[in-house]
Design a protein. Structure first.
Length: 121
């Protein structure tokens, strides 16, 4: 069923890309490795898997996601993680794994009430 769903999904994506006259694309999959396979008729110039959290800690996706993540990392041109432990775990499957940590302007968010950042009426 999943293979059929992925084929149907990519058929729709191809239709949209073609309508914008896009002939090649890059694919970034963020934390949904179950859908890493590409069934596009167009040229995919790169594939990136983005790991944002320990997938085994997410009950919904852990059942199929752990093994799928290893496969996605192996198939990806690059893997990007948000922490060094994630990088260490996935670089076993792809030596082109880098860590780009999450970031925030701590000073901005620690000194101003949220109402100054977002207009609340």
């Amino acid at each position: 069923m999943q293979k059929l769903y992925i084929k149907s999904l990519w058929k729709s994506i191809d239709k949209v890309l073609k309508s914008y006259k896009i002939e090649e694309f890059g694919y970034i999959n963020s934390f949904d490795p179950v859908f890493f396979d590409i069934e596009s008729k167009l040229k995919c110039v790169f594939k990136i898997y983005h790991s944002v959290d320990l997938i085994s800690g997410e009950p919904y996706i852990a059942k199929h996601g752990v093994e799928a993540e290893y496969k996605a990392a192996d198939k990806a041109d690059y893997v990007v993680t948000t922490s060094e432990p994630l990088k260490k775990r996935l670089e076993k499957y792809n030596n082109k794994t880098i860590c780009i940590p999450n970031a925030v302007d701590f000073e901005l968010f620690s000194t101003r009430p949220i109402s100054h950042i977002i207009s609340i009426h």
